[in-house]
Ligand binder design. Structure first.
Ligand code: MSP
Length: 656
């Protein structure tokens, strides 16, 4: 019996000089979604991600941290890997470019290119961008045209790769494989780049120490892109790739920033070595913050943990894939994220699941009702919508049109909602003669819900599994075949499972405040993967007994008497007031979460206790430079400002 067809996909091999933000998380979530979808379509799938650990950047970051490069990258790679595990998106292969098996593959690829006559020695002088790890076409003193950061003049002896000879073979390849570069706009961009002519590329360095050595040619080390791209091959067997059977890759998922490396250099290296080329490179757009690319160097990053902690991983996955058309840039906003969470997840999918289950519970003792056979136009419309969705949604998944997939599933959900409003099962339930009709209505909504869950599973694995169990299914939804999905598979008499909270509604301002506060905390290093996948809202850590501190610790907190000068509400943040506070030496802007309890006008002139040496942070995008002390009263934590009503204290006095 023939085995399952193999499918191999990759995320970029991420630089490890910082921790993952939403941009990186997006690439990995996309790959995980494709992986899950392909598995549900019967493929034997391998997904690779990894750590790109060589280059000047790392050399310098390690130096700054005062540790050896190997120690620095080992720690960072472990943190990245642990974070992917914690988020429930672990790869099947995690390749580190410092792995020995990877070094062997790079050296082997170079040897093949050299033996085939595509490598020659030379010298190169040019402007080098250490951030992008690439020579760029600018004059000395000019900044990198791609990232805008300073470039450095570098002269070095290196081996050149005859990229120029691959202009025609590449153009032929693109013409014969129109699907190779996706989306179309990127394909056009690359075609014109290659049509403009290609210059030979230096693929070894002598000015860098931290890299894979070129055997017998020390001090040459490999150019980081020659090194990193090869990781895709090392992960699935390297020189023995044929034995494992996953190469060539079905798709490399990358951001648009690195499309040229993947669609020009990488296929040229493989052609030179006589190896098979990947079948497709798919470049997605960027997530922007205030119209700029989210990136660590710009300091405008949003990281995944706070979102997952407050809304759950499925909410993040849903938002990222629904909000932006795959391939285009998207704007990231907490506001839109929580909006989608409440409207589509809490009120949409979550509400439908709990309503349907509650009615089956109430009217049929929690057992899926049997339906009388035969055509009944009262629910056939729903059946037809669901059947059309099953066919169309697979097609959308096949072309990675995730936003359309979700649009269609949510259309089905709203059809069921409308259907319930029109059919009014709660009214039918009052008339025993309408019991058959009631059974059909509830069967149809449960069956549509089941189908929606199976179809949404690749995007929202955790919550759809919960709905699957709620509908009395005991199996692992990962193993459900999408090819066999059809209407009517929910068996009458199935006993529903326990109801579980799916997406509890959350107040927007509160959710955003919590996420922003977590984002502003210093990033905790990842020590070990969380016991459970951190989805569905991270559980609060058990409270340890409060530790006693010494007076020297207390003395680190500088508290002073301040006087409120102005107070105003912040649009879109119901709980926050923006205050300006005189602390004796200066006037500070401080945000305080007291808006529901204090009228801004009544605060003017009031003396308060202020922590003045807190690092500034942003709350709902507004800078807050200090903290007003308040008691937290009652179970709801009502804030009561600490103050000095009886004494005339001088502004700026220190609290001790
Ligand atoms: N190490 C190289 C890749 C080598 S692949 C053989 C690299 N690493 S990176 O850490 O900078 O990650 C780049 C990838 O992260 C991008 O290609 C993209 O997939 C993702 N993103 C980083 N910032 C992003 C956004 N703001 N938005 C969306 N994705 C972006 O380049």
């Amino acid at each position: 019996m023939p085995g399952k067809p193999k499918y191999y996909l990759t995320t970029p091999i991420y630089y490890t000089n910082g921790l993952p933000h939403i941009g990186h998380t997006y690439s990995t979530i996309v790959c995980d979604t494709i992986r899950r979808y392909k598995r549900m379509r019967g493929y034997d799938v391998v997904m690779t991600t990894g750590a790109d650990e060589h280059g000047v950047n790392v050399e310098r970051a390690a130096k700054k941290a005062g540790v050896a490069e190997s120690e620095f990258v080992a720690k960072m790679a472990a943190e990245w890997k642990a974070l992917w595990d914690e988020l429930g998106i672990p790869s099947d292969e995690f390749i580190r470019t410092t792995d020995l098996k990877h070094a062997h593959t790079v050296q082997w690829l170079f040897k093949l290119c050299r033996e085939n006559g595509y490598v020659y020695p030379g010298h190169y002088t040019g402007q080098y961008c250490i951030y992008d790890n690439a020579y760029v076409d600018v004059k000395p003193g000019e900044n990198c045209p791609d990232c805008g950061r300073p470039t450095e003049t570098v002269t070095e002896a290196n081996y050149f790769f005859k990229l120029s000879t691959f202009q025609k073979p590449l153009l032929d390849w693109y013409a014969q494989h129109p699907e190779f570069i996706q989306p179309e706009s990127r394909r056009n961009e690359i075609l014109s780049f290659v049509e403009g002519g290609l210059r030979d590329l230096s693929i070894t360095r002598t000015t860098i120490r931290w890299g894979i050595p070129v055997p017998g040619e020390e001090p040459h080390v490999f150019y980081v892109w020659f090194d990193a791209l090869t990781a895709y091959l090392s992960a699935v067997g390297g020189p023995n790739y044929e034995k494992q059977g996953y190469w060539p890759a079905d798709v490399h998922i990358v951001g648009k920033d690195i499309i040229r490396f993947h669609t020009v250099y990488w296929p040229a290296f493989l052609m030179a070595a006589g190896l098979p080329l990947p079948k497709q490179v798919w470049a997605h757009g960027w997530f922007l913050m205030d119209a700029a690319k989210m990136s660590k160097s710009k300091g405008n990053v949003v990281t995944p943990r706070p979102i997952v902690g407050v809304l759950g991983m499925d909410a993040l996955r849903y938002y990222l894939l629904r909000e932006t058309v795959f391939g285009q840039d998207g704007n990231f906003s907490y506001d839109a994220l929580v909006q989608r969470y409440n409207s589509d997840l809490a009120n949409g999918l979550g509400n439908l699941a709990s309503r349907t289950a509650a009615m089956i519970e109430k009217y049929f003792d929690g057992s899926v009702p049997a339906v009388v056979a035969g055509i009944d136009p009262r629910y056939d419309a729903l059946l037809h919508t669901a059947l059309a969705d099953i066919a169309d949604i697979s097609r959308y998944y096949d072309v990675f049109n995730f936003s359309r997939v979700l649009e269609r599933i949510w259309n089905l959900i709203s059809e069921v909602d409308k259907f319930l409003v029109i059919q009014q099962p709660w009214t039918l339930a009052e008339d025993p003669s309408k019991r058959d009709h009631l059974a059909r209505i509830l069967y149809a909504s449960a069956e549509a819900l089941r189908i929606a869950s199976v179809l949404a599973h690749p995007v929202m694995p955790e919550s759809t599994q919960k709905i699957w169990n709620l509908l009395g299914q005991k199996t692992n939804l990962d193993l459900q075949s999408l090819d066999e999905l059809t209407w009517g598979q929910l068996k009458a008499g199935t006993q529903l499972g326990k109801s579980q909270a799916l997406f509890p509604r959350i107040e927007k301002a509160e959710a955003i405040e919590r996420m922003e506060a977590m984002e502003n905390e210093p990033q905790k290093p990842v020590t070990a993967p969380a016991a459970a996948t951190a989805t569905g809202g991270a559980a609060a850590a058990p409270q340890a007994a409060p530790e006693k501190i010494g007076i020297e610790d207390f003395a680190k907190v500088e508290m002073r008497v301040g006087q409120i000068k102005t107070a105003e509400r912040i649009v879109g943040a119901d709980k926050l007031l923006k205050l300006t506070v005189d602390i004796g030496t200066e006037i500070r802007q401080i945000c305080a979460g007291i808006a529901p309890f204090y009228e801004p006008e009544k605060l003017i002139g009031r003396k308060v206790a202020v922590v003045v040496n807190l690092a500034p942070r942003k709350l709902r995008g507004v800078e807050s430079n200090g903290m007003i002390i308040a008691a937290s009263v009652g179970p709801e934590g009502r804030p009561v400002l600490a103050g000095f009503p009886d004494e005339d204290v001088e502004i700026g006095s220190r609290l001790k």
